[in-house]
Design a protein around this ligand. Sequence first.
Ligand SMILES: *[C@@H]1O[C@H](CO)[C@@H](O)[C@H](O)[C@H]1NC(C)=O
Ligand SMILES: *[C@@H]1O[C@H](CO)[C@@H](O)[C@H](O)[C@H]1NC(C)=O
Ligand SMILES: *[C@@H]1O[C@H](CO)[C@@H](O)[C@H](O)[C@H]1NC(C)=O
Ligand SMILES: *[C@@H]1O[C@H](CO)[C@@H](O)[C@H](O)[C@H]1NC(C)=O
Length: 392
Amino acid sequence: MASLVHDTKFIVLLYNFILSICITFPTQITFASLAPESESDYQKWVSWNVKNYAQKPSYNLGAKALSGTIDSMKALDPKLGIADMKRVRLSVSQDGQSDFKTISEAIGSIPLHNKRRVILNIKPGVYREKIVIPKTMHFITFLGDPLNPPTITGNDTASIPGTHGQPSNTFHSATVGVNGDYFVAINIKFENTAPHEVGSPGEQAVALRISGDKAAFYNCSFYGNQDTLYDHKGLHYFNNCFIQGSVDFIFGYGRSLYENCYLNSITKKVASLTAQKRTNATLSSGFSFKNCVVTGSGQVYLGRAWGDHSRVVFSYTFMDKVVMPQGWSNWGDQKRELNVYYGEYKCSGPGSNLTGRVPWARMLTDQEAQPFLDTYYIQGHAWLSNPNSFSL
Ligand SMILES: *[C@@H]1O[C@H](CO)[C@@H](O)[C@H](O)[C@H]1NC(C)=O
Ligand SMILES: *[C@@H]1O[C@H](CO)[C@@H](O)[C@H](O)[C@H]1NC(C)=O
Ligand SMILES: *[C@@H]1O[C@H](CO)[C@@H](O)[C@H](O)[C@H]1NC(C)=O
Ligand SMILES: *[C@@H]1O[C@H](CO)[C@@H](O)[C@H](O)[C@H]1NC(C)=O
């Protein structure tokens, strides 16, 4: 408890410090219409974070399983504090009743080096747009209607011609590509409708690519075939999301926690659900799935080793019979069996039967599983906001 009191004090000090900066330097950003929201919202956010941090065990992440640098576990991210105190809202709808008719236009109105939380209130509808959020444009938030989430759709693949006529690549196929940090999406459907024929090359078709750090997704859905969700790099959190695809439909080298997510395989030929690309032992990347459901119509491995040190853990997850008895695949390279970290902990359902598992799958002990089991895995206490605070 002593350390908690200390942290609370620290956060209050930090808050006062941030407040003083914001008062001293008036913001240079001018948005079309909207006034920043009140400081009481920020206070609520701070207290929510303090409370939630208090609920998390203070866990030493130095465990062997988590090689990689973990910096300060205790401070709220100061940039985030400033951004959230100076929130701005923009609305988007196709009927001309909002600030913008397309999401791309709304993004085009935001300063390239954005420092404020910008909440795009996206009204119901199907938005056929290709969206790229630039690397310096942080704090962008997509907020949809929970009863009628907007769909952002596209059908680009890795083989469509790029700017110089040559085929582009998986990276550029994304319907929505996010390069900025602190991105949040709530109640949004991300889609790539390009079909996938078994055996045809160049059909990778990403619905969402997240390359920014410290991004969170709540109540979102991701629909695609091959390579639906490119969890490219950074710390990411997915809560209550639906993710559908055929081949490698969650892939990349993000360090990500998926909680309460529904993973739906629609592959026509045996494929892999994840392709985690941790290429060396110094990288802190890895996917952790907790309290999820793995189901669908086509048989899948839980993961295949894209990187030599690929790391994936499933805990408390219900696995339907679509999960291959072997569980995991070495992607045709036996050497990878030595260095991958593929763990399972307290899973249930017919697909979790260990009888046929590859010998290099790990059944984690309580202690081994511990680092993967909560938002501390992604340092969430320092940057996760209360998602309800973004709604009006
Ligand atoms: C993508 O969508 C466009 C517009 O609906 C359509 O003309 C095109 O055939 C589609 N391409 C693929 C590969 O599905
Ligand atoms: C590990 O991989 C990262 C990313 O590719 C690279 O930057 C780093 O140099 C690599 N480290 C070693 C020890 O190979
Ligand atoms: C696991 O699979 C084996 C082999 O198919 C079977 O004999 C066994 O009953 C299964 N265990 C459970 C708990 O379903
Ligand atoms: C997400 O959806 C659930 C219902 O499934 C709802 O209770 C919750 O408020 C939603 N969260 C947000 C942040 O809108």
